[in-house]
Design a protein around this ligand. Structure first.
Ligand code: NDP
Ligand code: MG
Length: 327
């Protein structure tokens, strides 16, 4: 069984006298900064001049450049976009790190793939919320939290995990549960999951499901409801009641057809490809490809996104969502 830390396993007093610099005031950064301040932690923000900078100041934080925030802090939470982190690390973070500081990441990508190499005299930990930033803040204000993962990459002080758990507690994560993991496991499962299932697999499944019906001559509007819109209802059932609960919540015909035809459509060959994709993540091949693409200005990403945006299924979806919203 996984090791899970709860509120009782974490001690906020570990960071009571520390200054925590939240670097980046975006989706995660803003949520963390607000949560930790509400928990009584001394939080400052480090970000470049611009929209985030102004918002953080407006919301009452002391805001500095990334360099200055690192200079003033004992603990830094690196909540900059993953692809931006390596260059900001080189120019603004690394030169200002001091012995015994704690560096917190919310995703292990740059450590796992060696794009950031911290000095050996700091603690390096991971606290990865398993939810979007909006939920990180909303759940906290409701007196609850979202689950998270915790990992220690480097324990210079001997108290890296205690510090990490205190940060997790200040964000409400230990109210739900914080699962112990490693940087490699968090990073690899995150990428494999989003490619094979959440973003990649699901998107393609929905598109093919829609296209097959349209190609057989059914009306696109009807196909959209059957292949895409109802997927939400099925996911809700799975989320609430598990796989069996979902199966018991649909008709007997759907249950029999689904259980017999599903494995024929999504067959062993698909599973083999999933494993191939996972291997490309584990070998670092995917990370290398994505970093190179990003450095080129992400032309392929933009083109692929445009193709989705322009596809028939999107036009139909837009029309139907409009229809369902209007009264
Ligand atoms: P965002 O893109 O929402 O926010 C990035 C922040 O960094 C913005 O405030 C942005 O400011 C600032 N920034 C960008 N470039 C620079 C720069 N060169 N110098 C200084 N500041 C800069 O990022 P996320 O919150 O999505 O991601 C942060 C981390 O959290 C990542 O490691 C991500 O993997 C992780 N994470 C994110 C989740 C999510 O739900 N989004 C979920 C779990 C983990 P500006 O307004 O000026 O652009
Ligand atoms: Mg992800």
């Amino acid at each position: 069984m996984a090791r899970i830390y709860k509120d009782n396993d974490a001690d906020l007093s570990v960071i009571r006298d520390k200054v925590v610099a939240v670097l980046g005031y975006g989706i995660q950064g803003r949520a963390w900064a607000l949560n930790m301040r509400d928990s009584g932690v001394k939080v400052i923000v480090g970000v470049r001049p611009g929209k985030s900078f102004d918002l953080a100041r407006q919301e009452g934080f002391e805001v500095y450049s990334v360099s200055d925030a690192v200079k003033k802090a004992d603990i830094i939470a690196v909540l900059l976009p993953d692809m931006v982190q390596p260059s900001v690390w080189e120019s603004e973070i690394a030169p200002n790190l001091r012995r015994g500081m704690t560096v917190v990441f919310a995703h292990g990508f740059n450590i796992r793939f060696g794009l950031i190499k911290p000095p050996s005299d700091v603690d390096v930990v991971l606290i990865a919320p398993k939810a979007p930033g909006k939920a990180v803040r909303d759940e906290f204000t409701r007196g609850w939290g979202v689950p998270a993962l915790v990992a220690v990459h480097q324990d210079f002080t001997g108290s890296a995990l205690r510090t990490a758990l205190a940060i997790a507690k200040a964000n409400g994560f230990t109210r739900v549960g914080v699962i112990e993991t490693t940087f490699a496991e968090e990073t690899e499962t995150d990428l494999i999951g989003e490619q094979n299932v959440l973003v990649g697999g699901l998107l393609q499944l929905l598109r093919y499901g829609f296209e097959v019906m349209v190609e057989l001559g059914y009306q696109p509007e009807v196909a959209y409801f059957e292949a895409i819109n109802e997927a939400k209802l099925i996911m809700d059932l799975i989320w609430e009641r598990g796989l069996t609960g979902m199966l018991l919540g649909v008709s007997e015909t759907a249950r029999y057809g689904g259980l017999t035809v599903g494995p024929y459509v999504i067959n062993e060959d698909v599973k083999r490809r999933m494993r191939e994709a996972a291997e490309r993540v584990r070998s670092g091949e995917f990370a290398k490809e994505w970093v190179a693409e990003y450095q080129r200005g992400a032309p392929r990403l933009r083109e692929l996104l445009e193709q989705v945006r322009e596809s028939q299924v999107e036009k139909v979806g837009e029309f139907l969502r409009q229809l369902m919203r209007s009264r």
